[in-house]
Ligand binder design. Structure first.
Ligand code: UT7
Length: 328
């Protein structure tokens, strides 16, 4: 008998209307379209308005996913939001989203695992569904990175964008669904990608703001090396756990942090470029939202066929890394 599986029964996505191009950035910091495109693959990114918070982005994506699944908010057993940019330290963005959706008394919490948060969320949801705790889970990856971006730091401000992707997860009744997973973390390297200020280690103060500690800090070239290594490892291990080979893969849906990391991961699996999904040129790095947005786009474009084998693969702050093998 086939293993029980959880399945995506609805998807949604949202990116803000405003677009910031590389040409716009050339006027803001000492950079060039040529550098950004060749070093990262990014051409433009979507930027939230001053009034929007992460839960607003999440709500747009969540409403679409609920509609797609034919569900009402009150049908949910859990709202799970993966984010590194919550509206507030507390209450959680998931509770704010619950209020937006008027999902009265549906339990809700946030999950913090950097850019890997959406895959961590799928693994947590699988456990809760098979443990009998929940039947229908709304999982949202939502990120509003441009409000924690130092717009004077050219090494980071060209990289990020805002967006949200949402899925409904339920137990599968056929042979489609999540086949295997692999998740890891290494807290010893956390300082390489961090928002240092505003928490309990360095509470917000005039000094912390002056030192720009309320912005994202990243040692990009260090993170790059680990991302390439760990995303390759995660994909290979998750495939092994599913009893599948690289040649079985129809789509690699990698976290979109850098086109060179994406290409290296595709090459590790020996995949031709057409099997590697790329949208980084349009969105930049939208962190935890990148994979659910990609799934939604592929589905809406009619590119996913029943039975297709997908490898979802991510690396992020923590460090955390994970991969999920999924049969569509
Ligand atoms: O989302 C989860 C985790 N995040 C990632 O996986 C991101 C991983 N890291 C990266 O994607 C890349 O490391 C970056 C895109 C951030 C940087 O690319 P890089 O090839 O690693 O560049 P670098 O940091 O080694 O810098 C190379 C040069 C430096 O100049 P010098 O010292 O060689 O003269 C930088 O100052 O590029 C310079 N530079 C820039 N030049 C023009 C850095 N940022 C810029 C810029 N425009 N925006």
């Amino acid at each position: 008998m086939e293993k029980r599986k959880i399945k995506i029964t609805g998807t949604g996505h949202y990116v803000p209307d405003k677009i910031l191009t590389n040409q716009d950035l050339e006027k803001m910091v000492d950079t060039s379209d040529e550098w950004i495109v060749t070093r990262t693959g990014i051409k433009e990114r979507h930027i939230a308005s001053a009034e929007q918070a992460t839960s607003d982005l999440a709500a747009e994506a969540a409403r679409q996913a609920l509609q797609d699944a034919g569900l009402k908010a009150e049908d949910l057993d859990l709202i799970l939001v993966a984010t590194s940019t919550p509206d507030t330290i507390f209450p959680s963005t998931a509770c704010r989203l619950q209020h937006h959706l008027q999902a009265d008394h549906v339990p809700a919490f946030d999950l913090s695992a950097g850019c890997t948060g959406f895959l961590y969320g799928m693994i947590v949801a699988e456990g809760l569904i098979f443990g009998g705790t929940a039947r229908r889970i709304l999982l949202v990856g939502a990120e509003l990175l441009t409000k924690i971006t130092n717009w004077e730091d050219r090494s980071t401000c060209v990289l990020f964008g805002d967006g949200a992707g949402a899925v409904i997860l339920e137990e599968s009744k056929d042979d489609s669904g999540m086949l295997s997973s692999y998740w890891k973390a290494d807290g010893s390297l956390g300082e390489l990608l961090i928002l240092p200020g505003g928490g309990t280690k360095i509470p917000a103060s005039h000094d912390s703001v002056e030192k720009r500690l309320h912005f994202l800090h990243m040692k990009g070239n260090e993170v790059f090396k680990y991302a390439v290594k760990r995303m390759g490892e995660a994909a290979v291990e998750a495939l092994k756990r599913a009893g599948l080979k690289e040649t079985d893969v129809d789509f690699l849906i990698p976290h979109q942090a850098n086109i060179r990391i994406i290409d290296a991961t595709g090459q590790r699996l020996k995949l031709p470029p057409e099997k590697v999904y790329v949208n980084i040129h349009r969105y930049g790095n939208i962190s935890v939202a990148s994979i659910p947005v990609a799934i939604h786009e592929l589905k809406e474009a009619g590119k996913l066929k029943k039975g297709d084998i997908l490898v979802l693969d991510a690396f992020g702050a923590g460090f955390t890394w994970a991969a999920v093998v999924y049969r569509w």
